[in-house]
Design a protein around this ligand. Structure first.
Ligand code: ZN
Length: 447
């Protein structure tokens, strides 16, 4: 049994002072408040529950910052970025994936994420043939998770078509493709990959309405009782193509044809109408916002103020992992709204500060989307994030100063074990060295 003492902690009941957590076998067994520190007891500062990262493609960390050169007179967009991504990832082996994902997971933990939702579609060999073990690459992700101690929600992706109406897949998509039978085998083995970790969860991810037929979508939703994640309405081209195919916008179509409920995470949902905002909120589905990637890819701006006004739920993801920084994701979400509305503190409610409103919402939505229970309660995994100290950072001000000013995390505990101290993961050096070697081979030698 271990104990950890903090000056203040953000519990489900709000900020409480002088909090001592009792931890056994990685879980909270007792939480004391207003508990003066014992003589000689180590004293920590402000602590938050660990945040779920509800949408990541860990392998894309390899190409972070590699797509910032203009490729032609018309400029670049999501689709030209995707072509580059397909080229760069073509050669990634299972060992490479472990090295790349471990680097991403280290950076997630260092920024305050304690669980990653891996929207995982890099299934097959570069030729497109399945590995002998269909979940070889899911096992590679599980190894990276165990090297870093991050919690994992594995979301194996079903990807069968290149566009709406079952158009054939394109070059570069061979490593992703399965039919329903192949996916069933992949899913069963993914459950076994998850079972190698202490608290992994498995769901299913139909890639997008482009990649999945209506009949396949129905079959997939029957295969799991876990979370269901789907990319949707990220790009205006997708909205136009969906209208041409079905006469409905992507979110309209999905809500009409699938039993969307709180198990569902609608990733991006960037281009939605006010009516779609209200309809998603009414179903209780979580919208998976990835503000830094959405900015990097030029996706557009999610109508967050309208969505929150409709009592919509959201969580935060790092998606392409071009940057891995929880505070920056929350700040970018708020700043995008300020720039559009020419106002400040757009997403704050009238009771809580801006940082507190953003954090509470992302925590609740993220944990729902990754099928994790409520945070910082007895029985829950002891996942804690201590903020770097800042002057006058008591209560919600600690969150505001972190999100809008310092961005720095000091300590992270995963299942009761300290994995980040003074902002650095305990295995950072070895993992960064392996990542650098893989990146050099894939980005320099093989180009
Ligand atoms: Zn994505």
């Amino acid at each position: 049994m271990t104990t950890l003492w903090f000056e203040q902690a953000l519990l489900p009941t709000g900020w409480r002072s002088q909090v001592r957590f009792h931890i056994e076998a990685g879980r909270f067994t007792r939480i004391e408040v207003d508990a003066a520190p014992d003589a000689g007891e180590q004293r920590h500062g402000s602590v938050l529950p660990g945040m779920p990262n509800l949408h990541s493609h860990a392998f894309q960390r390899l190409m972070a910052g590699m797509a910032e050169t203009r490729s032609g007179p018309d400029g670049d967009d999501f689709w030209s970025w995707r072509d580059l991504m397909y080229r760069l990832v073509g050669a990634i082996t299972p060992d490479d994936l472990t090295a790349i994902a471990a680097m991403a997971f280290v950076e997630m933990l260092e920024s305050g994420f304690t669980r990653s939702g891996e929207f995982h579609y890099l299934h097959h060999q570069p030729t497109g043939e399945a590995y002998d073990d269909p979940a070889e690459m899911a096992f590679a992700l599980a190894v990276a998770a165990s090297q870093t101690d991050i919690a994992l929600t594995l979301l194996p992706v079903f990807y069968a078509h290149g566009g709406f109406g079952g158009t054939p897949p394109g070059d570069g998509q061979h490593r992703f493709l399965t039919d329903l039978d192949g996916f069933a085998r992949l899913y069963e083995r993914t459950l076994q990959a998850a079972a190698t970790l202490p608290d992994a969860i498995v769901g299913i991810a139909p890639h997008s309405l482009r990649a999945v037929s209506p009949a396949e979508l129905l079959a997939l939703t029957m295969m799991t009782k876990g979370p269901i994640h789907i990319h949707i309405a990220e790009q205006m081209k997708e909205v136009r193509d969906c209208l041409a195919w079905s006469g409905r916008r992507p979110v309209e179509w999905l809500l009409d044809h699938a039993a969307v409920d709180p198990r569902w995470c609608l990733v991006h949902a960037t281009h939605i109408t006010d009516a779609e905002c209200r309809a998603i909120a009414a179903r209780g589905a979580v919208v998976g916002l990835c503000p830094v990637t959405e900015a990097n890819l030029g996706d557009g701006i999610f109508p967050a103020a309208s969505f929150l006004a409709a009592d919509g739920r959201f969580g935060i993801g790092t998606d392409s992992n071009v940057r891995i920084d929880l505070a920056e994701e929350l700040r970018t979400l708020e700043y995008s709204q300020r720039l559009v509305r020419q106002q400040r503190t757009v997403l704050a409610d009238t009771i809580r500060s801006n940082g507190r409103t953003l954090f509470d919402a992302a925590l609740e939505g993220g944990r729902c989307a990754l099928a994790d229970g409520p945070a910082l309660e007895v029985g829950d995994a002891a996942d804690l994030v201590e903020l770097a100290p800042a002057v006058a950072a008591a209560g919600d001000s600690a969150l505001d100063r972190w999100i809008f000013a310092t961005g720095r995390v000091r300590g992270v505990w995963r299942a009761g074990v300290q994995v980040v101290a003074e902002g650095r993961h305990r295995n950072r050096d070895a993992i960064a060295a392996r990542f650098d070697a893989v990146a050099h081979r894939l980005l320099v030698e093989q180009r």
